[in-house]
Design a protein around this ligand. Structure first.
Ligand code: SI3
Length: 288
């Protein structure tokens, strides 16, 4: 389960329905062109929180059918409706997903006991492993070292997708839990996280920049930091342009420029203006 995992984006048609052909093409592009080690399915980048449970199941099904066993698959099943989270966890497990992940429950400002109960409830109902999805900037849920330690007491919790710029906490978790899997969640900070000896990374920009991410990660593991920094610099030039233009929409337009039917984002995410589509096409030529 080590290495570079793409947080898979999903292709939707103009009406917001899952575009199966486009989704399959995105999967193939990630495996055949970006050559990533695995896919993280129905995360933030997959617009998970904008989809119905049936749409999420459809995505899990199509992706597994396309991938078979070519790369590792992690299913993000987190949902505010805990019954839905359990149902999705069972669904993805039955399809053969290698591991589950669930975002920390958000919106109602749950206390830590409630967060812990959420993970343990999902895991009591499914025979699979769990990677905690921690993304405080979007959920408002921050956890400290002791709280991660409590979650890790459940042996089925095998790691964390750590999407925060807190390298002090990241180092403390790494040091305290050498046997848990830690995935870096911010692509622009991949090198810094790799130096701290994370086990891999999960990110949206790997859909279009996975090859560079793999190089950064491999070079860091070999302590070839100067070379890795050069590639992180180009990567961050690209990420800065993507973020300024509109994150997921721009990734989709770059993919379209490469011949992949990446479709549109679901509402309320907006469409790019013509100028921004042009910017994305220029990024495809310059970087991809
Ligand atoms: O769940 C997911 O789809 C992710 O893995 C999200 C991932 O952490 C991305 N974060 C968000 C909010 O999309 C990053 O890859 C992020 O897009 C990238 O580092 C640019 O800031």
């Amino acid at each position: 389960m080590n290495g570079i995992f793409t947080a898979l984006i999903c292709s939707f048609d103009e009406k917001g329905q899952v575009n199966e052909k486009g989704l399959r093409e995105i999967v193939r592009h990630n495996i055949d062109v970006q050559k990533v080690d695995g896919l993280y399915v129905n995360g933030s980048s997959g617009e998970n929180f904008l989809m119905s449970a049936d749409q999420k199941k459809k995505v899990f099904e199509i992706v597994k059918d396309e991938v078979k066993d070519e790369v590792k698959l992690i299913a993000q099943v987190g949902a505010l409706d805990i019954d839905e989270a359990v149902e999705l966890a069972q669904y993805a497990t039955n399809l053969g997903y290698d591991a589950l992940s669930a975002v920390t429950p958000f919106y109602y400002r749950f206390d830590f006991e409630e967060v812990k109960d959420y993970y343990n409830t999902i895991l009591e109902n499914v025979d699979n492993k769990m990677i905690i999805y921690s993304i405080p900037a979007l959920t408002g849920v921050s956890m400290n070292l002791d709280q991660f330690a409590e979650l890790f007491e459940n042996e089925k919790v095998i790691g964390v997708k750590f999407t925060a710029p807190d390298f002090f906490l990241l180092e403390r978790i790494r040091h305290a839990f050498p046997d848990k899997l830690i995935y870096s969640g911010f692509d622009e900070m991949l090198l810094s996280a790799a130096v701290l000896n994370v086990d891999g990374a999960i990110g949206s920009t790997f859909n279009v920049n996975g090859q560079r991410a793999k190089q950064i990660y491999a070079l860091a593991k070999e302590s070839r930091i100067d070379e890795a920094r050069e590639i992180q610099k180009v990567t961050n030039d690209l990420i800065a342009e993507i973020l300024a233009n509109g994150l997921y929409q721009t990734i989709k337009e770059i993919l379209k420029a490469k011949g992949v039917d990446a479709g549109y984002c679901r509402k309320p995410m907006k469409r790019l203006t013509e100028d921004k589509v042009k910017n994305a096409k220029a990024m495809a030529v310059k970087y991809c």
